[in-house]
Design a protein around this ligand. Structure first.
Ligand SMILES: Cc1ncc(COP(=O)(O)O)c(C=O)c1O
Length: 384
């Protein structure tokens, strides 16, 4: 990987040591150009006319995302963020009284709120599968829960927002397939940093965002739904793009675009396609290798500092590194390093409400392949 060239391709690298890629990564120039170019075209010739002119590029979005995650173009929907993408899948599932929803302690709280809402409306039950000793979902515990029956959905994230681990998504997929249970994977923090292949994982639905490790624009995301189950899921909201009006009734589209709306941030869709193309051209295996190695370096260096605790769990770890420094508030650390041109974030327990081990707050430094060892060194020097 020619890191110098990749950094030259990323305008933000000249200004900041950006270690907040799990928040929103720095986009490469091709993403910036796709977004600003289309906004300029809309302003010059009109929004509808610009979309018509760029119809082929808009259509390419579906191939670009499908190619990135091993899906087919008709299994992809463009949605404005990961939460809505996930919602469109989750709220399409017809839950009934007594249905069991299995999730993990590392679940993102927006999803947990949706479970509670649906549970109180339908009588479905939400159950947190115990963690294994490393903090990731326990596969034997999941297998045992599935064997009891009544499970309508297994729903978890691939990479939690706050504890550095990678859940064994493909092993979960094999268990779900064996028990014939629907599987929804929140890949918001994994797409763009880890190689993600929906066939290998075996998930039925997968949601992701544009702005994080994928390096796309804010306000973009996508949903994957396996072709065979699209017809079984009626989205909670439909418009006349998602469904066809056949007086006096309607028919949802046959493909995953039934989860979309007609009106959209077209410039963002083109920017997200450019981001997916950029990642695919670099190669997700190469990206993952560098991200994981930079994060391992950062963890090792942090752990060697007196008074610094690395909180990450998991046998397999991602590019998300969380830590605390004795006697220093994470927010104060974030502020202090920002004054030195270094971006990190703070994770708060409100985002992962099921986690019994969550600390009050932690510094979250999330690396990407365009970061350097020198930037990691700068962070370590800037810490109190
Ligand atoms: C694991 C996980 N899922 C979902 C989301 C929500 O993504 P979005 O803000 O794009 O809706 C986040 C955001 O941080 C996340 O970390």
């Amino acid at each position: 990987m020619d890191v110098g060239k990749l950094r030259a391709d990323t305008p933000g690298c000249a200004r900041v040591a950006h270690l907040n890629n799990a928040g929103a990564a720095l986009p490469p120039r091709s993403v910036l150009d796709a977004v600003t170019g289309h906004l300029a075209l809309e302003a010059t010739i009109g929004g509808y006319e610009a979309a018509e002119r760029e119809a082929a590029a808009i259509e390419h979005f579906y191939d670009a995302i499908a190619g990135l995650i091993g899906a087919r173009a008709d299994e992809i929907a463009y949605v404005e963020n990961a939460t809505r993408a996930w919602d469109m899948a989750f709220y399409s599932i017809p839950f009934a009284e007594g249905d069991r929803i299995l999730t993990t302690s590392g679940e993102y709280s927006s999803n947990a709120i949706a479970y509670r809402q649906v549970a109180s409306a339908t009588g479905a039950r939400v159950e947190v599968v115990p963690d294994g000793p490393d903090g990731a979902i326990s596969l034997p515990a999941l297998d045992a829960e599935l064997a009891k029956g009544g499970v309508r959905l297994v729903s978890l994230n691939h990479v939690p927002t706050h504890n550095g681990l990678v859940n064994p998504a493909a092993e979960v997929g094999r268990l779900c397939a064996r028990h014939g249970v629907l599987y929804l994977l929140d890949a918001c923090q994994s797409v763009g940093q880890l190689a993600v292949d929906v066939r290998e994982i075996g998930c039925d639905m997968l949601s992701a965002t544009g702005r994080k490790f994928l390096r796309g624009p804010r306000g973009t995301g996508f949903l994957y739904v396996r072709r065979e189950i699209v017809p079984t899921l009626e989205p909670p909201f439909l418009d006349l793009h998602a469904a066809e009006w056949r007086a006096p009734d309607y028919e949802p589209r046959p493909d995953a675009r039934r989860f979309e709306t007609w009106e959209r941030f077209v410039a963002g869709q083109l920017g997200l396609a450019a981001a997916a193309d950029y990642a695919s051209a670099l190669g997700m295996d190469e990206i993952e290798k560098r991200v994981v190695s930079l994060a391992a370096t950062l963890r090792t260096e942090l752990a060697a500092r007196p008074g610094t605790s690395v909180l990450d769990r998991g046998t397999r770890k991602s590019g998300i590194v969380t830590f605390t420094v004795d006697g220093h508030e994470p927010r104060a650390i974030q502020q202090a390093v920002r004054e030195q041109g270094i971006n990190v974030n703070v994770s708060s327990p409100a985002a992962h409400g099921y986690d019994p081990d969550a600390v009050a707050a932690a510094v979250r430094a999330s690396v990407h392949y365009y970061n350097t060892e020198e930037e990691i060194g700068r962070l370590l020097t800037a810490l109190p």
